[in-house]
Structures are given as structure tokens and as C-alpha cells.
Design a protein around this ligand. Sequence first.
Ligand SMILES: Cc1cc2nc3c(=O)[nH]c(=O)nc-3n(C[C@H](O)[C@H](O)[C@H](O)COP(=O)(O)OP(=O)(O)OC[C@H]3O[C@@H](n4cnc5c(N)ncnc54)[C@H](O)[C@@H]3O)c2cc1C
Length: 378
Amino acid sequence: MGQYASKPMHGRGGLSKLQPMRCPELTPMNPQAAVVGTGLAGASCARWLADAGWQLQVFDKARGPGGRLATRRLAWTAPDGQARTTRLDHGAPDFGAVDPAFQGALTRAEAQGWCLTWNPDHPGGAAGARAGTARRWLGRSGMPDWCRGLLEGLPARWSCAIDALGRDGRGWWLEAAGQRVAEGLDALVLALPPAQAAPLLAPWRPDWARVAAAVPMQPCWTVMGVSTELAQEAPAGAPVRPDTGPLARVLRQDARPGRERRPGEAHWVLQATSAWSRQHLEDSPEAVLRALQTALAEWLGQPVFWRSAVAHRWRYAVPAQAPAGPSHWWDAGLGLGVCGDFLGGAALPPGVEPVERAWTSARDLALAVQTSAVEVLA
Ligand SMILES: Cc1cc2nc3c(=O)[nH]c(=O)nc-3n(C[C@H](O)[C@H](O)[C@H](O)COP(=O)(O)OP(=O)(O)OC[C@H]3O[C@@H](n4cnc5c(N)ncnc54)[C@H](O)[C@@H]3O)c2cc1C
């Protein structure tokens, strides 16, 4: 890592207070860093480093932040000819929080208006949401809201798939489609799913690249759609988990907090089991759509009259098992770090879900990066 011209405001002890790390002593010579990937891991890490005084840029190959905390717009035409757009949470639909640190981060995100909480067992009210153990969290109006909030004010490049990285005398550089998009970076963070991180890491940390390439990830075929309201009673907003068949989770999006409701309509997200998704991984989206629509009607025991629906394949949806090993990777000599949900389940309490792992991994990496910066100055 290069020498830093600005003194971080935190002593080593102070660094444990990562939320938030504030560094008012910004100077033009502040250390430069880039975060590639703006899912929850990348967005959180970027926010912590920016608050600690790093000059931060973020890059994502998608058109906006959130990664697998995803909400998609389904464009369709109503019977009266009106063009409609319905937003559907087709990645992680919601998530739990086990560790008090993560719960605290979510409470702050809720206060900022980025997240909301509910308890599917007590869908009616906030008091119930706070009481039960089944409490879940989701983005306020769409799943990426938290990541978008964290990245507010940071320079971001969207639709920018980083396909090469390297180092010269000035630090790290990044390229996308043959164009240099960043250079002179003191630190570089990759917050990518493991299969996408592996080829970028291979020239620099072949040991990490090998581990990342071997992480088993489960696929998930997802259907998003709008139907007419069901003739008989419909499932509530909590994801329902059918016991048999290809469906792992059935979500009535319009029965969930912060989501659009329209009389006479039902908004659906269907997630296939990982076993079924693996078996049908290379099927066409049309074939998958038909199969999962049929499975829904069979499971409900009534026909579903679809207005519009599409299938989406998540090739890498969730890590197959809670990973062992460290919560993050950081090479202080290279100034290269990696975080994400595929790292570091070992030290976390049981029941921690992938979203929480992604956040914890990012927090631990940000702490390691900042500790290195302090050590360089010491
Ligand atoms: C269908 C589904 C259901 C899920 N259900 C749950 C659940 O119930 N509970 C739970 O906790 N978790 C769930 N998850 C998993 C959860 O969404 C992830 O664990 C979490 O969002 C991962 O965050 P991340 O930041 O590590 O990675 P990601 O969110 O994947 O972020 C990585 C980012 O990197 C970007 N990127 C990739 N390659 C490049 C490149 N070369 N250049 C630039 N950018 C790049 C991507 O566009 C993406 O924005 C689910 C996921 C899916 C898909």
C-alpha cells in the first residue's frame, strides 16, 4: 500500500467502532480505493471506507446497485390497453438478522428510510413485527434501497463490467471492455460472487482464486408475474414453502409491506428449489415459466389467470452451505481485498443467512483495510 498523506482520525481501539467511521480530515492526498460490485457487501464496504476518509469509486456491471437484493420492473399491458409496470422482488425477498451488530445496522437503515421490518406471523402491525422471532427485513420500496442509500454521494459507474485489473507504480488500475476506468488506487475491493471474483483474482492471489472457483453455489429459477386475483383464498405475504414439487417459495408480493397493491390483481414471485433449478438449469425461460406456473396452480388447487409473467435464472443464487474459513480476504501488501456472502460463516452464530454474512464480511474487510492504513502511518 502507498503512504498516506492524511492521518486517519481513529486509533486502533477506535476502529472497532466501525458504525459509522467518520474522518473529517480529508485532504486531496487521501488514499484512493475502488469497490467492484455494489451488492450489500460492496455497498457496505464502500460506505465504511468512504466514512473513514478513503476516496472511493464503485463499479458494477448492472444498471444499479443491490446485486442479489434485486427488484425488477415487469412491463405489461392491462386488458384496457394501459401500459403497466409492476415491481417484483425477484432476488432475496427478505432476510433475518441474528447478530446484534447487524440488527443495529438495520435499525439505522430503517431510520434512514432505506429498510423496513415486519413479522410475517403478525403481518398487521409494527409492534408485532418487533416482537416475534420470525422478524424479517426488506428494502423499503424495493430490495436495492439499502444499497442505494449506502452509496449516496459516492461516484459510481453502472453497466461497467470490470474484466481486467493490474498494478503499476501508481497502484491498482481497472479496465472494462478494453478501457481504463480507474487507476492510481491504493486499495481494491472485489465484492463479487465467487465465480466472478475468481478469474480477476487468479493472477494476483491464485490461492484465493482456487478457493473462490470451488465454492458451490446453488442456482434458483424464479418466476415473476401478475395474475387476476384468485377465486379462492390466496397465500399471505410471507413466503410459503410448499413441501413437495419444484417450488421452494411462493410469494404474494402485493401482500408484503411497502409493495404495490391493486384491486383484482395478484403479484407473484415463485422460486424453484435448488435441486429443480439445477436439473433444469439450461432449459429455456419459456419452458421453466410453464413448469412453475403449472406447479403453482397444482399447489393452490385452482387455476391462475396470468396477465404477464417471465422467468429469470439466477445461476449463482446462494452459497450451498455456510462457508468455513475467514470472513474476508485482505492482502495488505497488495492492497487487495475480497468480501461477500461466500466467505466466513465459521465465526457467526447458527441461523445466520447469506445477506447477514455478506454484511459481516464487508464490515470485517473494511476494518482490516483501515487497520492497515493506520499501520502504514504508525
Ligand atoms: C432468489 C434468491 C433468493 C435468496 N434468498 C435469500 C434469503 O432468503 N435470505 C438471505 O439471507 N439471502 C438470500 N439470498 C442471497 C442474498 O441475496 C445474497 O447472499 C446477498 O445479496 C449477497 O450479497 P453480495 O454483496 O455478497 O453479492 P451480490 O449481491 O451478488 O453483489 C455482487 C455485485 O457484483 C456485480 N458484479 C459481478 N461481476 C462484476 C464485474 N465483473 N464487474 C462489476 N460488477 C460485477 C453484480 O452485478 C452485483 O451487483 C437469495 C438470493 C437469491 C438470488
